[in-house]
Design a protein around this ligand. Structure first.
Ligand SMILES: Nc1nc2c(c(=O)[nH]1)N[C@H]1C(S)=C(S)[C@@H](COP(=O)(O)O)O[C@H]1N2
Ligand SMILES: [Mo]
Length: 421
């Protein structure tokens, strides 16, 4: 014992190395602190995983190649199902939870990683084959966690940083991370619960608590409170972007928070403006026609002709994959199923391929499933909130579908092809 103290003492006066347990001096570290944070993540991360999988299902990726951002998914798509149209706020809820929870868990994740960092440097690096395997699973766990949180946060903060490639990165990353997370939970949960209930057996060193702790500046409970306060702060500065008006103003930390872009009926949030999407005013003027295609042939309709058809209203939100959403807007226009009837599908219309005037970009075309086309609230909207659509919200016409991700509400529609997906 005396030997050891001398040795570490000598090391520290020359060069304190992170591989020396005494290098880590915070008195906050310890298996209890780590276990509490671990349990919070145990509650949160499965919910992140499930809402993330739902987000992928909501794109209806099996319907058409246009919807599928991870075509090589193979068996990982085993759980896919037809995304419903009820309740109409479904995606607003699942994706709002996914993104907001991801933001809120950041302090917990960082604190958890901080609490176990001495183990990263512990010597010897590998004690046995089992230990080697465990460390490998930790590499996937820590790497996976950082990867998922960083790609998710970058995607919501800098929208188009990795257009298209975000989906495969985040989807495959999720499976790797969750597999490692499950393994880790099976290995560590019993011990974490035991420690929280009965404390650590006195003879045991946990490898986390500092052998020579510095004088405390904060208690463990205080440190947990700081982490909790950080999460709470992130919650109250980001959750508001799933609402309108005053609540949205509280979301000062994330895009689509703060004030609405403009006053008036068309003043709600815009994902991509017409200018940004490269929509030229000449394409949307009087010469614009909607082409509708079905077994009975092709019909071309002007906006005036669409307005002369029976108009229907639906109160539906815009709910973006990036986690922001609007409350229900009053859309008015022609039912998708009425357009299907025009081209040879008088009853039980099939799905439809929607195309935009937009020349490129990942969202210029999307497939909608038959249940979405058949829903009487699914519209080719011409007006919103009692006014004609603004250019940025998709003038001359856009699709709105209940419960669907914003991505499926194609703006500046040019062509609807029923039945061919
Ligand atoms: N043609 C086209 N339609 C589009 C998009 C786009 O980039 N191009 N973005 C989609 C996305 S990601 C969202 S969230 C909604 C946003 O609709 P809004 O701008 O009217 O709020 O439009 C969708 N429709
Ligand atoms: Mo979106």
């Amino acid at each position: 014992m005396g030997d050891r103290r001398q040795r570490t003492g000598a090391l520290r006066t020359s060069l304190p190395l992170p591989t020396d347990p005494a290098f880590w001096r915070s008195p906050v570290r310890g298996v209890r602190f780590t276990a509490v944070l671990g349990l919070v993540l145990l509650a949160g991360i499965p919910l992140l995983f499930v809402t993330g999988l739902l987000s992928y299902a909501a794109y209806n990726p099996d319907l058409t190649a246009a919807n599928d951002k991870t075509p090589a998914k193979g068996l990982l798509g085993f759980y896919l199902f037809d995304w419903p149209t009820d309740p109409h706020w479904l995606y607003r809820l699942t994706q709002g939870v996914h993104v907001t929870l991801g933001i809120v868990l950041v302090p917990v994740l960082l604190a958890k990683l901080w609490s176990v960092v001495p183990k990263l440097f512990a010597l010897p690096p590998v004690r046995s084959a089992g230990h080697a395997l465990e460390r490998l699973s930790l590499l996937l766990l820590v790497g996976g966690a950082l990867f998922q949180f960083v790609t998710g946060l970058l995607n919501i903060q800098l929208e188009y940083l990795f257009p298209g490639s975000f989906y495969p990165l985040h989807f495959y990353g999720a499976w790797v991370f969750f597999a490692a997370f499950l393994t880790h939970t099976c290995l560590r949960l019993p011990r974490a619960l035991r420690v929280l209930r009965h404390g650590l057996p006195t003879a045991e060193r946990d490898g986390l608590a500092s052998p020579e702790p510095a004088a405390p500046t904060v208690s463990r409970r205080g440190a947990l409170a700081v982490v909790g306060a950080g999460s709470l702060l992130l919650l109250v500065t980001s959750a508001g972007r799933s609402f309108d008006g005053g609540l949205r103003r509280t979301a000062v930390l994330t895009p689509r928070g703060g004030a609405e872009p403009a006053p008036g009926p068309n003043g709600f949030q815009i994902n991509k403006t017409a200018a940004k999407a490269g929509i030229l005013p000449a394409w949307t003027g009087r010469r614009w026609r909607l082409t509708v295609v079905g077994p009975a042939g092709e019909v071309r309709l002007s906006r005036a002709e669409l307005l002369a058809m029976t108009q229907h209203s639906a109160a539906l939100p815009i709910a973006c994959v990036e986690g922001w959403s609007t409350s229900d807007q009053w859309w008015r226009g022609v039912r998708l199923r009425d357009l299907a009837a025009l081209v040879g599908h008088p009853v039980d219309p099939p799905g439809v391929l929607v195309e935009s005037l937009q020349r490129g970009g990942p969202f210029r075309t999307v497939g909608l499933r038959d249940n979405q086309v058949r829903d009487p609230r699914s519209l080719l909207a011409l007006d919103v909130n009692g006014e004609r659509l603004s250019p940025d919200h998709g003038y001359p016409a856009r699709v709105v579908v209940p419960a669907a991700p914003g991505v499926m509400n194609t703006k500046w529609v040019s062509r609807l092809t029923f039945g061919e997906l």
